[in-house]
Structures are given as structure tokens and as C-alpha cells.
Design a protein. Structure first.
Length: 750
């Protein structure tokens, strides 16, 4: 009976609310006829997504390409067990499928879990068409850093699932960095470099994004193997082929002058500008784009890239990213030369640029001849007070972007209210050059509510009622209506997802993950120093989520959310507990100090155990993927060090004082165990100093982290315990998950 009531609720929701922007009048009601087609060649990609995500229901979904007047719209209608989705593009078809699943069938799929197991045998019919129209052309996904912080050693199966989920959310452009090693290797072999010399110059995969950003080279050494270069090229070709199959554009790295060391020995006429260091790490040299040699290198680069990865019409380039040396080169002229060679190789293609700090420079934009062939991905759209982007970027088209996550931090939250207001204000501004959205968390596959809301904005006609949206989310996230789920997400909406603009786009990180210090304010040097929402109110969501009806708990979506909220509640407690420890130490109260530090270390152990119940929060899987990419035990050690070091010391000894230490901190089972060891070492040193009334022993944290990064021990790659039982046990034991006192739980009678 409950399932039947739930299904009727969703049918009523679909019939009574405008979930996306209204179906365009010329599509739904004009006299201009639609031309419908079922061409297998055009629908094969979309059909493949349906079969992979909904294997038991694929035969009930009929996809039609409806060629209209040019608007990118979808329309979903039909009867029970026979659902028809119409759209003019594959991207719109799949966004329509996602909209139908959420707003008619009452289920959803995300990059963090799904509840598709709640679907009935016969797909329910919407009582009124589910419709949506895209309000922007560009729907871009993935930060430059994504390959490092999310999955440097992902297999095709992981990429295939991510692409399917992005497509289900209407994304039609995705950054692809994998395979760039082979492109550069093949390019510079034409200029006298052998394959081994090129491999010595390449960083290993976890650190490669910063090589393509012209920030670093040749680390982690001693070299990248040829088999790894070849394997990643083959993986990249699968990725780009699948994107094109789904009507999505693979956004590939363009060529703007990055050079291997010693290029002048091979081409004496080249003007090479050394780029100095970034965070203490050597940058790649830069070839002056205005010199004659640049055209020859660029032409060979784009030829090799097309041969290895196939065609594209969008290319990502950020010269002078976070510093660099221009020498005597005129930046506008250099940008003009970069643009000219790109257009020679790929006429009409788009130069995609990250809007970050002072990037792009005004001189770079001045050098691009046709502004329609550029797109700026605004990585700070929600971070500071409103800026007139049309004026700042000289009327260059741009995409509204967000970076709600830095370094892979596991913190929950986003500036959702800022998005909801600012995006539509900028879209409707007279003379607006807003042309897209850009999903730019530095690590993806987190914050599923933020992911869902942000991608929906590109298909809505105006601001969303956020109270209603989060209420709807609480239903289709778990596949049924539940008052406890609604209450939990109302709390989360009003805390972690209601952060304001200002200095930050992400929430505070966890002090349990910080380099030990009694006065620590953040784990990452550049993270918020104070909480960005009410911690005590946030913790109340735990009880509500625990009280969700048993019938709705058997999904990966529910597991992820409950674990994530409990993890965040415990992490938030660190900001209350650490000042108390500091006060006890300052007062030389050894008894209180010992009691509080025992509690601190116990909280880290609880965090580690909770995280160990969710597959996405396991260090073991991260390390196993790195080892699996190796060809022998020597490379296994190198690749594992690559993956481990990124999470801790990040870079080599020369980066020690740069502030990048613990930039990629995260609450993963296994990594938390190590954080506990760091804090235990620190507390022991403090206790000894307090007991003996002597100076505190100095700990070399960089050396300690590097020692951990060089270890080869394994951690579980799969959960070892049931998530609900673990959390219930922790709470019933009286462990403090709240802010001031143990959390009072209300369990449903079962």
C-alpha cells in the first residue's frame, strides 16, 4: 500500500508542477511539424545508456529524435510500461530520461548511489508530459584537477559509469586529460626526442593535471613506463569515442607551448622561456608562440592528437596559469598565435579557458580574434560578490561554474542559494554572454544533491523554490515519500547547502585531517578557517536519516547519504573539541588533557569505522587501482607512492614550505587511521612536555607523511561491516556525534 501511495504522489507531482522550464511553444503547440526518427546510428548511444542503467526496463522506453526548430527540449509521455521520450539531441533525450525517473517514477541515479531497485516491474506513466528546455548551449563537466583527485587510475568501467551519469544529467561537454602523455610523446618524437626521454619528463598519473596546466613536470620519478602511456591512450580513446557516441564533446588539451627539457638542442631557432618553479616544483619550459617553430609543433601536436583520440571541437588551454614567466613575449600576440594554430587545425573550434584568480588575462582575450570561438569556465561564479563578467571578460562567452570541493575534501555543502539567484540574474541580464554551466569541483563524485541541483539549472526557466526542490529530492533520492527523510534534507538544505557567497565556495574541512596543532583552524592552508553553517543544527539531520523507513534503506543512495552525514557530524565535532584540548594544555591540566585527547583519538577511530562502510570512502580501493595499473612490482611501488603522496605531502621535498601539504585531505577509511597516528604522536609529545615541564619535541610531519606514502601495506577495498548496524551501534553506545552532548536518537519501532 505504501509503494502505491508513493507512486501516486509522484504522478501528482509530475502533473501539478513545472519541474523544468515549460516545453517550448514552437515544439509543443506550433503548426511546425516535428520530424521524428528512430535512426539506429543516432540512437545507439542513448539506447546503450538505458540498457546499462535500466537493464530490466530498457524495453519499456522508446527514444525518438524529434527534429524541431532548434531549441534543445525534451518531452516525456506514454502509458504504463511504455514510455516515450522525444528530443532533438542525444543529450536532451538522456536528460529527459533523468527527469522522468525523478519526477514520474520517483527514483534517481547519481554519481553517489541510486535507488533504481525501487522501480516497479512496469514503469509508471506520467499523467502529464514531463518537459524541459535547455537555457544554455554549453553544459561542461570536470575540473582540470579531476583526474588527479578523483580517479588517476580508474579503469574503463569506472569511466563508463561516470559518463552515463553525466549524460543522465544533461552534460554535453567533458574534459578528457587521459591520453595526453601519448600525444606529447608522439609529437616530440618528430622533433628528435626518443620515447624514453619523453617518459622521463612525464609525471605519473595522479600528478599529471598540473603538468597539463604548465605547473610541473618529471615527478613522481623515476619515469613513466611505455605500457602505462599506451594503456592510458587506449583508455582515452574509449572515453572520447563514447562521448561522441552520446553526442557529448570531448574537451581535449590544446597546445599552447609546453615543452620537454632541452628542446633548443633540437630546434635552435626556437625561443624557449624557462618558467621557473611552482610550489617549489620545476615548471615545463614554454615555447614562444610568436616564433616560427611554434606553428610546426602545434600542427604536429594536433595531428597526433586527432590520430590517437579522434576529432573534437573544444580545446582547453591556460597559458600563464597561476604564474609563469612571459619573458619579453607580447601576451596578446602569443594568444593570437595560439588561437591561429588551433583554428588552422580545427576550424571553428572553441578555446576553453578556466576563469580562476587572474586567469584569463585581458591580454589573452585580446589576442583571440573571434570571441565566439572562446568559452571561459567561471570557477569563481559563486565565491565572491557579483562581478560584471561581460565587462571583465570583454564580452567573451562564459559558463557559470562552481568549485564546491578542493583537493577531494569530503566536506558536505555548497552555495546552492547563490547559484539559484545569481545564475538566473546573469542569464536574464541585458547583453548577457552567459552561455553555459561548468561543473568544476576539484574532485567529482561527491555532494550528490549539489550535483543534481546544479545540472538542473541549465534546464529551468527561472529560479527554483528551494524548499520544494529539497523536499522532492528527499523523495526520489530514496525512492519513496518519508517524513524523516524530508526533515533530514530540510535541515541539510538550511545548513550545509545554504552557505553564502564571500571568500569561499566550499565548506570547512575537518580538523581531524589537519597537520597536528592545538591552534589548527583548517586542514588545508586555503580552506575556510571557521564553520560556514550552524554545526549543532546540522547534527540533527542524523537522527532523522536514521529514522527513515526500513523499506527505503536498501539502496546505495541511502547508504551513501547516511554515512556521509554521520561522517560530517563527527568531523564537525573536531571544531568544538580541539579548542577544549588547547585550553586544558594551556592550563597545564594533565588529567583533563589526557581525557580530551583520548576522546579525540576515539572520534577518529569512529570516523574510520563509519567511512569503512561506504565503498566511496575507502583508501584501499584508491591504492588497489594504482597497483593494478603497474606492469611489475617496481612500477607498483612507484604508482602507489604517486597515489599516496598526493593525499599527504603532495609534492617533493622542495614543496615542503609551499602550503600544499594536506591539500588533498579527506576522511577515508585507512587514511583516517594514519591521521590518528599523527595526532597520537603529537599528543604524546605534548603530554611528555607537560608532565616533565620541558619543551615540546618537534615532529617532522613532512618526513612522517613521506614515510607513510612509501609504505606498501594494503587496506580493505570493500566494506567489512553493515553501515546501518555500525552507525546504530555507535550512537547507542553514547558516542558524541552532536556538538555539545551525545546525540539523542529516535528510532522507529520496527
Amino acid at each position: 500500500m505504501k509503494e502505491a501511495n508513493t507512486r501516486r504522489h509522484f504522478l501528482k507531482l509530475a502533473a501539478g508542477t513545472a519541474i523544468f522550464s515549460p516545453w517550448a511553444a514552437k515544439v509543443a503547440g506550433s503548426t511546425t511539424p516535428e520530424r521524428e526518427t528512430k535512426k539506429p546510428s543516432e540512437l545507439a548511444g542513448a539506447s546503450g545508456v538505458v540498457k546499462r542503467l535500466l537493464p530490466d526496463h530498457a524495453g519499456q522506453i522508446d527514444l525518438l529524435l524529434a527534429l524541431t526548430d532548434g531549441s534543445e527540449s525534451f518531452r516525456v509521455e506514454g502509458s504504463a510500461g511504455r514510455i516515450q521520450i522525444k528530443a532533438p539531441t542525444t543529450s536532451a533525450l538522456l536528460m529527459g530520461l533523468g527527469g522522468y525517473l525523478k519526477y514520474s517514477a520517483g527514483v534517481s541515479a547519481s554519481w553517489n548511489g541510486d535507488c533504481l531497485n525501487r522501480l516497479p516491474a512496469d514503469l509508471p506513466a506520467p499523467t502529464q508530459p514531463v518537459t524541459g528546455t535547455a537555457n544554455v548551449k554549453h553544459r561542461f563537466a570536470l575540473n582540470d584537477t579531476n583526474d588527479g583527485y578523483t580517479g588517476p587510475y580508474w579503469t574503463w568501467e569506472r569511466w563508463e559509469k561516470l559518463i552515463d551519469i553525466l549524460a543522465l544529467h544533461g552534460v554535453n561537454e567533458m574534459l578528457v586529460y587521459a591520453g595526453a602523455e601519448a600525444v606529447y610523446q608522439r609529437t616530440f618524437q618528430k622533433f628528435g626526442f626518443d620515447a624514453k626521454a619523453m617518459r622521463l619528463w612525464l609525471p605519473t598519473p595522479a600528478h599529471q593535471p598540473w603538468w597539463l596546466l604548465e605547473n610541473m613536470s618529471a615527478w613522481v620519478g623515476p619515469s613513466t613506463s611505455q605500457h602505462l602511456v599506451n594503456d592510458r591512450a587506449a583508455l582515452a580513446r574509449k572515453i572520447t569515442d563514447r562521448l561522441r557516441e552520446l553526442g557529448m564533446t570531448p574537451v581535449l588539451p590544446g597546445y599552447f607551448g609546453i615543452l620537454p627539457d632541452g628542446f633548443s638542442k633540437h630546434r635552435s631557432a626556437a625561443r624557449v622561456i624557462p618558467q621557473g618553479k611552482w610550489l617549489g616544483i620545476k615548471r615545463p619550459d614554454w615555447l614562444d608562440p610568436t616564433c616560427d617553430v611554434f606553428g610546426a609543433v602545434a600542427a604536429e601536436y594536433y595531428r597526433a592528437q586527432a590520430e590517437l583520440l579522434g576529432p573534437s571541437s573544444m580545446f582547453k588551454m591556460d597559458p600563464m596559469h597561476e604564474g609563469g614567466e612571459s619573458g619579453k613575449v607580447n601576451i596578446a600576440s602569443a594568444a593570437g598565435a595560439i588561437d591561429r594554430e588551433l583554428q588552422k587545425a580545427h576550424p571553428g573550434s572553441i578555446w576553453t579557458i578556466l576563469g580562476w584568480q587572474e586567469n584569463p588575462r585581458g591580454e589573452v582575450l585580446a589576442g583571440i580574434r573571434n570571441k565566439q570561438n572562446a568559452l571561459i569556465l567561471d570557477g569563481q561564479a559563486d565565491r565572491y560578490e557579483y562581478k560584471d563578467r561581460e565587462q571583465q571578460w570583454n564580452d567573451t562567452p562564459y559558463a557559470f561554474g562552481t568549485i564546491w570541493n578542493f583537493g577531494g575534501h569530503t566536506t558536505m555543502g555548497a552555495n546552492v542559494g547563490v547559484w539559484n539567484q545569481r545564475y538566473f540574474d546573469q542569464l536574464k541580464k541585458p547583453g548577457s554572454r552567459l552561455a553555459g554551466i561548468a561543473l568544476l569541483p576539484e574532485a567529482s563524485c561527491n555532494n550528490p544533491a549539489a550535483f543534481a541541483f546544479f545540472t538542473e539549472m541549465a534546464w529551468r526557466s527561472g529560479r527554483t523554490d528551494l524548499d520544494q526542490w529539497f523536499a522532492d529530492w528527499s523523495r526520489y533520492r530514496y525512492g519513496g515519500e518519508d517524513s524523516n527523510a524530508a526533515r533530514a534534507w530540510d535541515i541539510l538544505h538550511r545548513t550545509a547547502y545554504d552557505m553564502k557567497s564571500g571568500a569561499w565556495s566550499e565548506a570547512h574541512d575537518s580538523l581531524y585531517s589537519a597537520q597536528p596543532s592545538l591552534t589548527a583552524k583548517s586542514a588545508c592552508s586555503w580552506s575556510p578557517l571557521e564553520p560556514r553553517y550552524d554545526l549543532a543544527v546540522f547534527s540533527q539531520a542524523v537522527a532523522s536519516l536514521m529514522g527513515v523507513d526500513r523499506s527505503l534503506r536498501n539502496s546505495s543512495a541511502y547508504r551513501y547519504d547516511l554515512v556521509d552525514v554521520v561522517r560530517q557530524a563527527i568531523a564537525n565535532h573536531s571544531r568544538v573539541l580541539l579548542p577544549q584540548i588547547d585550553q586544558a594544555y594551556s592550563a597545564k591540566d594533565l588529567t583533563r588533557f589526557r581525557g580530551l585527547t583520548r576522546t579525540w583519538l576515539e572520534q577518529i577511530r569512529l570516523l574510520d569505522r563509519v567511512a569503512g562502510t561506504e565503498p566511496a570512502l575507502l583508501l584501499g580501493e584508491w591504492l588497489a587501482e594504482a597497483r593494478a595499473a603497474a606492469v611489475d612490482s617496481t612500477e607498483e611501488g612507484q604508482l602507489e607512492f604517486d597515489a599516496r603522496s598526493l593525499l599527504l605531502e603532495w609534492g617533493p621535498e622542495s614543496s615542503r614550505g609551499s602550503g600544499v601539504h594536506d591539500y588533498a585531505n579527506r576522511e577515508w577509511s585507512g587514511l583516517l587511521e594514519y591521521y590518528g597516528q599523527r595526532w597520537a604522536t603529537y599528543f604524546n609529545a605534548l603530554e611528555a612536555a607537560l608532565a616533565k615541564q620541558e619543551a615540546v619535541r618537534t615532529v617532522d610531519w613532512f618526513a612522517m607523511d613521506e614515510d607513510f606514502a612509501k609504505q606498501r601495506n594494503s587496506y580493505p577495498g570493500r566494506p567489512q561491516e553493515d553501515f546501518y548496524q555500525v552507525i546504530e551501534e555507535i550512537i547507542r553506545s553514547g558516542a558524541a556525534l552532536g556538538i555539545d552532548s551525545p546525540l539523542e536518537m529516535r528510532f522507529n519501532a520496527e
